[in-house]
Each structure stands twice: as structure tokens, then as C-alpha cells.
Design a protein around this ligand. Structure first.
Ligand code: KIV
Ligand code: ZN
Length: 515
């Protein structure tokens, strides 16, 4: 008998909370659309009370994506948080959910909340009651449930269901549980809470001991029917359970679980790449399902086996997760029709001016690089979005470095039509180029993150660089890719600078700039 598991994606909330992963509204919208196309059931779009920017992001996602997917906003068990969450998710209509939480473990109640268990219980009931009046769906989470007293947990869960929570989430907030213990906890809650049949049980596991996926699946075996997870396993500290691992385990081991999800698994790799590109958080090569080596067979014995029969060493096909193994299909002799058709295979229909613009950039890349991979095509496409927003353009860049030499860079930027030049010296050619560029504009932001990723194999691979800048309260990301890593870095910096409002040319004489 088959059963259905709801996938609750929290990449935009718990994932975005992880160090260095913050996204702006435009980026969150891109990820939300991709998650909806992937087929997750619920998108936790953010924490609306955290800041006006968070509110706006959740609200925009509710407007644009809420028709197809349930959108939820997180709220502490505080009246103001719940009001903010209710207002932010309202555009999602029937698909709007408030997710309210309070900690229930002795250590959290005593040391963090400084509240007695009875006060916590009352606060949970009040929060769920208030949320129920503001949204058609309410989820209640008992934070640090893994370390909570079982009797108290049963009481608060029963009270939350009675107050109107249709989804009860049991988080292992600190990733402390083992699969046997956690499964037992879910089984026992379902058996002991008298009204447990009136709610869907959900789990939210952190990965501090590397057990987030195992714990989530143990909970599924014990009757949980919603799993909270993130793309690439992003999340606080060691992260959350990874969507791709949960979904592919259920699919690959259907014989064991007999449980389906609504996820279109062929969109897993493109979604993973998008999230990695936007957050600047590379995926480790040996990461299950989405790592660069996940389907690579290196040893002779394995290669021999796979050539004779794929299933000797492959338990799922690369195609089933959206990895195209027929990768070297385009190069400098490919025409517009081939490009259009390849983009169509990748899910993007291009025609007219859009196709012409992308084709021109494709040809420019093909002049520099023999084989154009799908990853390159996705990068071309992503960059194309930003062409119209370019107030600064990188016109030229020359960098020189060598053993024992001081690295130097010379740049030419066009800033709102004016051509400006600068030179810079630094600790390496990238640093020199950044100093030269930054000397020409203000504000130029504080560098929060610089990350480099080779997006395809080989020494002619395109390097993809993410740069994150902060100016006052605003954090912006820029991406750049090129076969030359210094140029990719400069492009990424310029893309980020283009997102800073009021950014303008700095009035300095070029000869003084850049050093
Ligand atoms: O880890 C956790 O407990 C959480 C809750 C807010 C669900 O993220
Ligand atoms: Zn969490």
C-alpha cells in the first residue's frame, strides 16, 4: 500500500540562516519558483518578524508562488510575530500557513526562555489560537523536542492540536538524537497523545552528528508524514536533512518504504545548482545525490562493472536526478537551433531577442572554451537577467602576478557612460583587481564572502565566483563566470556593486586610485 510524504522545504528560512547564506528578495523569489517547480509541498519562505526585508520576501513569495504551493512564515509564540507572519503569507489564500514555535526542553525553558513549563504550555495554546484566526493552516513546533521530557511533550502537543494546529512538528533542534530513539519518540507521541489522529506529524532534524536524514527517515517509518528539509542540506550549523537525500531514498527504496513524494526528481540537480550559485555555498564533491562525484566511477573495477551492467555500481540513474550524462553536445560550431533545443531540454524556452542575446554570449564563450556544458548554459542564462541592470560595466582587465612579484591589476570600467581607469596592487591578482575596481566606485561595500567554484571539469573549466557585499543593512550577492578566474572574480564584484543603490563613480583622479 502506498502512502504520501509531504516535503516541507526550509531552504529559505533555516537554510538562509546558515552563516554566509543570506539572499536578497530577488534571489529568494528565484529559489521559491524553482522549489515550486521541483514539487515540494510547503515552502517556508522566511521569518517575517525578523526584518522588513524578510517580511517583504515572504509576502512576495506568497503572492507569486502561493497559488501552487503552501507558503509558510515562521513566528515565535509572540503575538507580534504571529501578526507579522499572518500578514506576510495572506496572499497565498488557502495555501497560507503560520508556523509558530516555542522551546519545550528543560534547558531551553530554564536558561533561554526563563519560563515555567505551565507558562510555556499556555503560550503555545495562545499562539496557535491566534494563528488559527489569521491563517487556514497552522503548524506548531516544540523546539528542542528531542531533548524534551516525554510527558510534557505529550501534553503540549495535545493542547496545540486542541487549539487548532493541524501539523505538529517535532524538531531535533541540536541534532542529538539517534535514529532508534527518534523513531521511538514519534511512535510514542502518536500512540500516547489522545488526539494525535487529528494532526499530521512532522519532523525537522539537524545534522550535528550527521544523522539528520537517518533520523528523519526513522520518523517516517514511525508515522511522520511531513519532513522538513533543505536543498543541499543547508541550515544552522551542520545543516538540516537534505531534500534530495530524503526524496531519493524514498524513491530508490520504494520497496522498503512504500511512500511517495510529489517531487519531480529530474529537477533535483538544477535546483541544487541554483541554490549553490545563489548562496555561494559550493556542494562538496562527494555529497550524496548532488555532488560532482555522486555518479562518477573512477576505479577500473567499477568502470568495468558499469560498462557491463550499470546496476553493478549504480542504484539510481543520473538522469533520474536531472544529471545529463550526454554533456558534450555544444561547441563553437553549434547553431541557434541546437542551442534553442538544448535550452528547451533544460526547461527554458527561448525565442526572438532573448534567444539572440543568449546565442551571442554562447558564441563568445565557445570561442574561449571547446566544450559547452549544461552548467555553462545555465550560467549564460543567469547572467543574461542582469544585463539590463548594469550601471557599471567591466570593459577591460589586465592582471599580472608571479613568484616574488607584487601582483598588480589594471581595470577599465564604464560607469553610467563614463570610462574610468584604475590600477591596484594586492595579495594576489584577485585582490589587486578588487582594489582597483573598488577605488572607482562608492559605496563599495564590505566583502562578506568570496567563493570560487569550477563549474565543469578540465583546466579550461569556467570558474564561477560569488561575491557578497554589505553596505549598511543591505547585503547583495554577485556572480561572475569566466575561464579566467581573475576575470570571473571581477565580474562577480561588478555584478554585486551594480546591486548597491546609489552606487556611483568616485571622484578621484585616476592616477591616485587603486593602491
Ligand atoms: O531547529 C529548530 O528547532 C527550528 C524550529 C524553529 C522549527 O528551526
Ligand atoms: Zn532548525
Amino acid at each position: 500500500m502506498s502512502d504520501r510524504l509531504y516535503i516541507f522545504d526550509t531552504t529559505l528560512r533555516d537554510g538562509e540562516q546558515s552563516p554566509g547564506c543570506s539572499m536578497n528578495i530577488e534571489e529568494k523569489l528565484k529559489v521559491a519558483h524553482a522549489l515550486s517547480a521541483l514539487g515540494v509541498d510547503v515552502i517556508e519562505a522566511g521569518f517575517p518578524a525578523a526584518s522588513p526585508g524578510d517580511f517583504e520576501a515572504v509576502n512576495s513569495i506568497a503572492k507569486e508562488v502561493g497559488k501552487n504551493t503552501i507558503i509558510t512564515g515562521l513566528a515565535r509564540a509572540h503575538a507580534k510575530d504571529i501578526e507579522h507572519a499572518g500578514a506576510a503569507i495572506r496572499p497565498a489564500g488557502d495555501h497560507a500557513r503560520i508556523h509558530t514555535f516555542i522551546a519545550t526542553s528543560p534547558i531551553h525553558m530554564q536558561a533561554k526562555l526563563r519560563m515555567q513549563p505551565e507558562e510555556v504550555l499556555q503560550r503555545a495554546v495562545d499562539a496557535v489560537t491566534q494563528a488559527r484566526a489569521l491563517a487556514p493552516q497552522v503548524e506548531f513546533s516544540a523546539e528542542d523536542a528531542g531533548r524534551s521530557d516525554m510527558d510534557f511533550l505529550c501534553r503540549i502537543v495535545e493542547a496545540a492540536i486542541k487549539a487548532g494546529a493541524g501539523i505538529i512538528n517535532i524538531p531535533d533542534t541540536v541534532g542529538y538524537m539517534t535514529p532508534t530513539e527518534f523513531g521511538e519518540r514519534i511512535r510514542s507521541l502518536r500512540e500516547r497523545v489522545p488526539n494525535s489522529d487529528q494532526a499530521i506529524f512532522s519532523v525537522h532534524c539537524h545534522n550535528d552528528l550527521g544523522l539528520a536524514v537517518a533520523n528523519s527517515l526513522a520518523a517516517v517509518e514511525a508515522g511522520a508524514r511531513q519532513v522538513e528539509c533543505t536543498i543541499n542540506g543547508l541550515g544552522e550549523r551542520a545543516g538540516n536533512a537534505a531534500v534530495e537525500e530524503i526524496v531519493m531514498t524514498l524513491k530508490t527504496r520504494y520497496d522498503h518504504y512504500h511512500i511517495d513524494t510529489a517531487v519531480d526528481t529530474t529537477k533535483i540537480i538544477p535546483t541544487s545548482k541554483l541554490v549553490s550559485q545563489i548562496t555561494g555555498m559550493p556542494v562538496q564533491a562527494n555529497k550524496a545525490i548532488v555532488g560532482a562525484n555522486a555518479f562518477a566511477h573512477e576505479s577500473g573495477i567499477h568502470q568495468d562493472g558499469v560498462l557491463k551492467h550499470k546496476q553493478t555500481y549504480e542504484i539510481m540513474t543520473p538522469e533520474s536526478v536531472g544529471l545529463n550524462t550526454n554533456r558534450m553536445i555544444l561547441g563553437k560550431h553549434s547553431g541557434r537551433a541546437a542551442l534553442k533545443s538544448r535550452y528547451a531540454d533544460l526547461g527554458t524556452e527561448l525565442d526572438g531577442d532573448a534567444l539572440n542575446a543568449v546565442f551571442a554570449r554562447f558564441k563568445a564563450l565557445a570561442d574561449k572554451k571547446k566544450d559547452i556544458f549544461d552548467e555553462d548554459l545555465m550560467t549564460i542564462l543567469a547572467g543574461d537577467d542582469e544585463v539590463d541592470m548594469e550601471r557599471i560595466k567591466l570593459i577591460s582587465l589586465h592582471a599580472a602576478s608571479g613568484m616574488g612579484d607584487t601582483p598588480v591589476a589594471a581595470v577599465e570600467l564604464e560607469i553610467e557612460g563614463e570610462l574610468l581607469k584604475a590600477t591596484g596592487e594586492g595579495d594576489g591578482p584577485v585582490d589587486a583587481a578588487f582594489k582597483a575596481i573598488k577605488s572607482l566606485v562608492e559605496p563599495n561595500g564590505k566583502l562578506l564572502l568570496y567563493s570560487v567554484n569550477a563549474i565543469t571539469a578540465g583546466t579550461d573549466a569556467q570558474g564561477e565566483v560569488t561575491v557578497r557585499l554589505q553596505n549598511d543593512d543591505l547585503i547583495v550577492n554577485g556572480q561572475g563566470s569566466d575561464t579566467d578566474i581573475v576575470v570571473a572574480s571581477a565580474k562577480a564584484l561588478v555584478a554585486a556593486l551594480n546591486k548597491l543603490p546609489n552606487m556611483h563613480a568616485r571622484k578621484v583622479h585616476a592616477q591616485y586610485s587603486g593602491v
